[in-house]
Write a protein that binds this ligand. Structure first.
Ligand SMILES: Cc1ncc(COP(=O)(O)O)c(C=O)c1O
Length: 495
């Protein structure tokens, strides 16, 4: 994995330098000097920009989002998929469940793909109109289905039994056609077209838990009959891409969805299916700054292999490809030591911001960009040091808690900074609370017209008091009969 600096976008480099200049390294006395101008509080200024963040003992890890990159990626997606028909780009909430960022997408005209009750309510509160929300969970409860139908959000049904629940809900309303007149309701198919590089993320395998397997005996015909019997079903959903999967393979899944839609329409002698939801799953390059493949590459492959897709309205549900390259984890080296010949940089950034990498390091390798304490790229030449095999370690108490293992890096010392790019989706925005590690603060940044970097608070860092409140009931409960008088009533009374 290369760790060169030459292609780091200037915006990121400038943001890191501004933060470094505002951050004081831990002093020898062991007391971190807090920079006076640093603040994690949102400013009340009309621009809503925040003060330059600082790395401090209370905020030893920062999540950074390049908001110009976020905007540009969405514009590129929109222009790549321009069509005469309606196109809804529903950003995958799971990739970035952050209210202000989602609301930026709502402002830009995006939709939002959600897959849990929390994500559904978050999308609503971030400003997405119900008709721009697509609800995709594979195990929807009755309550979730009722809520989705009441709101009129688009629903993708996972299986025949869920379809039967919808029949019941719509029958209770006694007016299925009117109730769902504006809602787009579809069924998720599994084209069973093969695996990507990463097994756990592959959605179109023979036995995937998602959707209805089209190649299973009798399944395709049963599904077509289910569509023909329900005029309110007007969409077909497939999410056959995933990290590491080729564009050609993703196109095979989308072709299966389009073929199915065309067959339903021809057997119904009507344009029952008006929209294809092609899901997300465009791969991201984690090896360097280049964006490959691009949304335009994907469009070109689809244009060639599934031209019929563009006769339908389209929904996309991209997450990683819209966001990963906008995000950077920034932390400082708290200690540096050498054990068994391995340089080990001890930091506060680990499994809580890089869960996938800590547990599946071979599937999710991340680049490491070292900086000096003053925020300049640390190269071996500049630092007059050697390149040495290095582990970049996190603070959690298990040995796999590493951002990188055995990586050739300029020798890192305490006080150096470490930036970890490509972490804008499924990393610091999806924290893991192992060891009760707090959620780290997240700041967006943009380049102001005068060339300076403006920061925006996206999510405050969690305080220890908040961590404790989340750990469980703060009022202690007796958990054994002998100690009943130790505390009040148990939470739930068994009967
Ligand atoms: C149904 C569905 N849509 C969209 C996405 C987003 O995928 P990605 O972030 O790879 O674009 C996922 C990822 O899990 C998904 O399951």
């Amino acid at each position: 994995m290369p760790s060169h600096h030459h292609a780091i976008p200037n915006r990121r480099a400038r943001a890191i330098r501004a933060i470094a200049e505002n951050s004081a390294p831990p002093t020898d006395a062991g007391v971190s000097v807090q920079p006076s101008s640093a603040s994690a509080q949102p400013s009340s200024a009309p621009t809503q920009s925040a003060a330059v963040p600082a790395l401090t003992d209370d905020a030893a890890v920062l999540g950074l989002m390049d908001l110009d990159w976020v905007d540009t990626a969405f514009e590129r997606l929109t222009s790549a998929f321009a069509s005469d028909r309606e196109v809804l780009h529903a950003v995958a909430c799971k990739a970035v469940p952050l209210p202000s960022l989602l609301s930026r997408y709502a402002e830009m005209g995006a939709g939002c793909e959600v897959a849990s009750p929390g994500e559904l309510e978050l999308a609503l509160s971030a400003g997405f109109a119900p008709e721009r929300i697509v609800f995709d969970s594979p195990a929807k409860t009755w309550a979730e289905l009722n809520r989705a139908v009441n709101l009129g959000v688009s629903i993708n049904v996972d299986n025949f039994d869920e379809l039967a629940r919808l029949d019941t809900i719509l029958a209770e309303r006694n007016n299925a056609t009117a109730t769902t007149a504006s809602a787009r309701i579809g069924v998720r198919i599994n084209p069973q077209s093969g695996t990507g590089l990463i097994g756990a993320l592959s959605t179109a395998t023979q036995t995937s838990k998602f959707g209805i397997g089209l190649a299973d005996p009798g399944a395709r015909e049963a599904l077509i009959e289910a569509y023909l019997a329900r005029p309110w079903l007007n969409q077909v959903h497939v999410h056959s891409g995933s990290q590491g999967i080729s564009l050609d393979k993703a196109a095979v899944g989308i072709r299966a969805a389009v073929d199915l839609a065309e067959e339903i329409n021809s057997r119904a002698s009507a344009r029952r299916i008006t929209r294809i939801d092609i899901g997300g799953g465009l791969s991201v390059n984690f090896d360097g700054e280049d964006i490959t493949p691009t949304f335009a590459d994907y469009r070109a492959v689809l244009e060639e292999q599934v031209p019929g897709l563009f006769d339908f309205d389209i929904v996309t549900e991209f997450g990683r490809a819209l966001l990963a390259k906008a995000g950077t984890v920034l932390t400082r080296v708290e200690y540096a030591k050498t054990t068994g010949g391995r340089r080990i940089a001890m930091t506060q950034a680990g499994v809580q911001v890089a869960t996938r990498t800590a547990y599946a390091p071979n599937d999710w390798p991340l680049r490491i960009l070292p900086f000096t304490p003053d925020g300049n790229p640390k190269t071996a030449e500049a630092a007059d040091s050697e390149i040495v095999p290095t582990d970049v370690a996190g603070p959690a108490c298990f040995s796999g808690d590493l951002l990188a293992r055995d990586r050739m890096l300029p020798r890192l010392d305490a006080g150096d900074l470490v930036a970890v790019p490509e972490t804008g989706a499924y990393y610091f925005s999806n924290p893991f609370s192992y060891n009760l590690l707090p959620r780290v603060p997240i700041f967006g940044y943009r380049t102001a017209p005068d060339g300076s970097t403006e920061f925006f608070l996206i999510r405050r860092g969690q305080t220890i008091a908040e961590v404790l409140a989340e750990a469980g009931e703060t009022e202690l409960r007796a958990l054994s009969p002998e100690h009943r008088d130790f505390a009040a009533e148990p939470i739930a009374q068994g009967s």
